[in-house]
Design a protein around this ligand. Structure first.
Ligand SMILES: [Zn+2]
Length: 569
């Protein structure tokens, strides 16, 4: 009792003085033991949100009250320099000691009211493949810092044959202590496999899509307390790095967090390089909301209306199957990422910008380590939305692009005119097949491929929850721009630059190009793909983080190039 009173007194004192005084205790023990701390500070108008989100790992912010965050040793030291009062909180991964099971039998009826030990998880992933060899294949996409495998279940009818189907990805728990999605994704694999041939929607999904499910993207974090329990899970990986700040960023370059790419990041980047995913969702915890692109900057995604439509559908469906109060954060369960809180180096923006995949971040439970008895209820709230969201990858515009003479498939670029921006265009696969999700409306669509004359198909109608088929043949030739032309089509200003430089385009047709910025020694600092369009506002290139000096700018498009020297002051 007296011990409790003591705690209460300390708590009251911290509450009373915490706001006006800096909390003095430095969590040295916690940082040594766990490698990371969880804390909060007041969300005032004085704080510089951009700066803070680049210093520590902001977990979430509540409306005008608190910002909750994680930091490793180095990040906390940087944060302390900002002189903001903060309060260390109990770590979300250690609040309960949940029921664990060390052996599972997927041929029986699992209740999913437990967490699997690491060994049980590994065994289960390979049991799925053994029990359902025609529709499930277990694929290892790489290893973690501590040499655990990163596993995906690939699920589709004729799973060993590549078919002309949209490819879809679910991935969970890249923040190792956000474990609800981990169990729900295992259960989704089990559900899809057991119901193929019995349930119409599941059968349709497996017959018409290729589904990849990675239940655990940061096993070192989830099992940081040992393979026997998810208690004492950490957010970060075994190098104490936040994997969801470790990806190349559309605005902040290749290493926005200042760290090298972690083995987990490299594994997912290699997966995205080798296979194109039409849609994806990335499960987290700590809030309950469908968070759609972009996180890094305020401009809206070209498909913002489609994002709001599929997000609203996700949240409304969840609301129908759950009690009031669940999944209603921000705009009743959906939010634009930047409007909530900005972050750089996230996987969502990486997949959208660099891989033309529509990936969303789904925050699935406010409580990060949910008591095991609540897991079945969260499944019931969510599984209709899990299935429905996969189903959405089948709709929009699809078809095949071929050479008009030979009939060979073309890896064409498909651009929605007066609509696409920030790499929202897509590229057809090697097989010439393409899949473009799109909100209903009438669109002009341009198809272009190297060595071919481009073609625009006007007024193509898209209806929600239907697919429009459009097969296109392109003739050999070119659109007629020469290298001399391209030199006169681009300018850079202001040059010398300070915080940014604008790329201006004077051409009268849209072109896709690759842009590279390198230093005087020729080392590439940043490179990205870009579509430039006529009458498009200048493309703003951030030079704020570059040291003063000379840089080389190079833009290439279909064998043509434009180069210029930039001076940064
Ligand atoms: Zn998270």
């Amino acid at each position: 009792m007296s011990k409790h009173l003591g705690f209460l007194l300390v708590f009251l004192l911290l509450t009373i003085y915490g706001i006006s005084q800096k909390v003095s205790q430095y969590p040295a023990d916690e940082l040594t033991r766990r490698g990371e701390v969880y804390f909060r500070f007041e969300n005032t108008s004085q704080i510089d949100r951009e700066k803070i989100s680049k210093t520590i790992s902001v977990d979430h912010a509540t409306n005008r009250e608190w910002v909750y965050a994680y930091a490793n040793n180095k990040e906390l030291d940087e944060f302390l320099k900002l002189n903001i009062s903060y309060e260390i909180l109990p770590h979300p991964g250690s609040l309960i000691n949940p029921l664990m099971k060390d052996h599972l039998n997927p041929s029986g009826n699992l209740e999913w009211d437990f967490y699997p030990t690491y060994e049980a998880y590994m065994e289960l992933m390979f049991q799925f493949e053994q029990l359902y060899p025609g529709i499930c294949k277990t694929v290892s996409i790489g290893n973690t810092v501590q040499s655990r495998q990163l596993l995906c279940a690939k699920i589709s009818a004729n799973v060993n044959t590549t078919e002309a189907e949209p490819r879809f990805l679910y991935t969970s728990s890249m923040h190792g202590d956000e474990t609800t999605g981990y169990v729900l994704m295992l259960r989704l694999i089990d559900y899809l496999l057991k119901n193929y041939g019995n349930d119409q929607l599941v059968t349709d999904l497996l017959n018409n899509t290729e589904i990849w499910i990675n239940p655990l993207a940061n096993p070192d974090g989830t099992y940081a307390g040992g393979n026997g329990s998810v208690c004492c899970a950490t957010r970060y990986n075994a190098n104490n790095i936040d994997l969801n700040r470790n990806y190349p960023d559309p605005q902040d370059g290749q290493h926005p967090d200042g760290n090298v790419w972690q083995p987990e990041t490299e594994a997912f980047m290699a997966l995205a390089d080798s296979l194109s995913f039409v849609m994806s969702a990335n499960f987290h915890g700590g809030a309950e909301v469908f968070n759609y692109p972009w996180d890094t900057w305020p401009q809206l995604h070209a498909d913002d209306n489609w994002w709001q439509y599929v997000g609203r559908e996700w949240a409304d469906t969840v609301h129908f199957y759950s009690p009031a109060g669940y999944f209603d954060d921000l705009n009743d369960g959906i939010t634009n990422g930047y409007a909530w809180y900005t972050l750089a180096g996230g996987r969502q923006d990486f997949m959208n910008y660099f891989h033309q995949c529509r990936e969303v971040t789904v925050e699935i439970s406010t409580v990060k380590l949910l008591p095991e008895s609540e897991l079945p209820a969260f499944w019931n709230y969510n599984f209709h939305s899990f299935l429905n969201y996969i189903d959405q990858s089948r709709y929009g515009l699809k078809g095949i692009v071929t050479d008009s003479a030979s009939g060979n498939p073309l890896q064409a670029d498909i651009e929605i005119l007066n609509h696409d921006n920030n790499n929202s265009w897509i590229t057809a696969e090697n097989s010439g097949h393409y899949f473009r999700v799109l909100y209903e409306g009438s669109y002009d669509i341009k198809f272009s491929a190297p060595g071919h004359k481009s073609k625009t198909i006007e007024m193509v109608n898209i209806i929600n929850r239907q697919s429009s088929h459009l097969n296109v043949q392109l003739a050999e030739g070119s659109d007629g721009i020469t290298n001399a032309d391209i030199q006169t089509l681009f300018t850079l200003s202001p040059n010398p630059a300070k915080d940014f430089i604008h790329l201006n385009y004077l051409g009268n047709q849209s072109i896709k190009c690759e842009i590279e910025l390198s230093d005087v020694k020729g080392k590439i600092i940043n490179s990205w793909l870009q579509i430039v369009e006529p009458d498009f506002s200048p493309i703003k290139i951030n030079t704020r983080n570059l040291k003063s000096g000379y840089y080389f700018f190079r833009l290439t498009s279909g064998g043509l190039y434009y180069t210029n020297k930039i001076i940064v002051m």
